[in-house]
Design a protein around this ligand. Structure first.
Ligand SMILES: [Zn+2]
Length: 247
């Protein structure tokens, strides 16, 4: 067994046996790690807080043959306000599940870690005008990091460049009026929505704090981007239903 150190976010936490927890961490140093936290279900355990979903900590763990075992943890940020607000909680839980589905064990992506940490922080502190913007930013940027950035500049079927107002998750971007007729899953978007999404796709994450103007009706876009994420990860996201029910 060797001892490792990593700063990571708890993206999944489940009970294991009578006393333990299995936590999934997304870390800068070693990517996604699954670790057993012995005794963490005991209310007096030093691991109670640090093994909660969304806890961002400095972790020390031993790597065994098939599992890692938590040895020490020091809280950096607990994002505790997210747990007291069902709407914020549902969005944060969705982001954590998507990250868990998109990356394999020991696969790392520092950009994706920075993205989710920043967005959890903005949502926890209430720094963005609308939490829906946080969700869309997460989806559109993560798709880009995974190599599947939606193309918002021309029709994905016939390559015509114009102001198209349809978005197709199947085609991975915009489609023109003509091509949208053949694509039943394409959703109608306003010019403002497409331009807004393009802005989110290209601007630094910190800039979304300054966005006070945003178009209405962003939910269908979020649904379409979730379909894209589910298609590329090959996994159904259960937290998304919870999110829709709390919207
Ligand atoms: Zn077309």
């Amino acid at each position: 067994m060797s001892m490792e150190k990593a700063a990571g976010l708890v993206i999944k936490s489940i009970n294991y046996g009578e006393n333990d927890k299995i936590i999934t961490l997304f870390t800068k140093e070693s990517g996604k790690i699954t670790a057993i936290a012995k005794g963490a279900r005991n209310t007096k355990s030093i691991y109670v807080g640090v093994t909660q979903l969304f806890s961002y900590c400095n972790f020390v763990y031993y790597t065994g043959r098939s599992f890692a075992y938590l040895n020490q943890a020091e809280m950096i940020e607990s994002f505790h306000k997210l747990r007291n607000d069902l709407d914020k909680l549902s969005k944060a839980a969705y982001m954590a599940e998507v990250i868990n589905q998109a990356y394999e064990e020991y696969e790392s992506d520092e950009s994706a870690l920075r993205l989710i940490l920043n967005l959890l922080y903005f949502m926890n502190e209430g720094l963005v005008a609308k939490d829906e913007i946080i969700l869309l930013t997460f989806q559109v940027k993560l798709l880009g990091y995974l190599g599947f950035a939606p193309d918002l500049r021309c029709c994905q079927k016939c390559s015509k460049e114009a102001e198209y107002f349809w978005f197709s998750w199947e085609l991975g971007g915009l489609t023109c009026d003509e091509c949208a007729k053949e694509n039943k899953n394409a959703i109608k978007c306003s010019k403002e929505q497409v331009e807004f999404l393009l802005k989110l796709q290209n601007m630094p994450i910190s800039k979304i704090k300054n966005k006070s103007k945003y178009p209405d009706g962003l939910l269908p876009l979020t649904v379409a981007l979730n379909k894209m994420l589910e298609y590329h990860t090959g996994k159904r996201n259960r937290s998304f239903d919870f999110l829709l029910n709390n919207n």
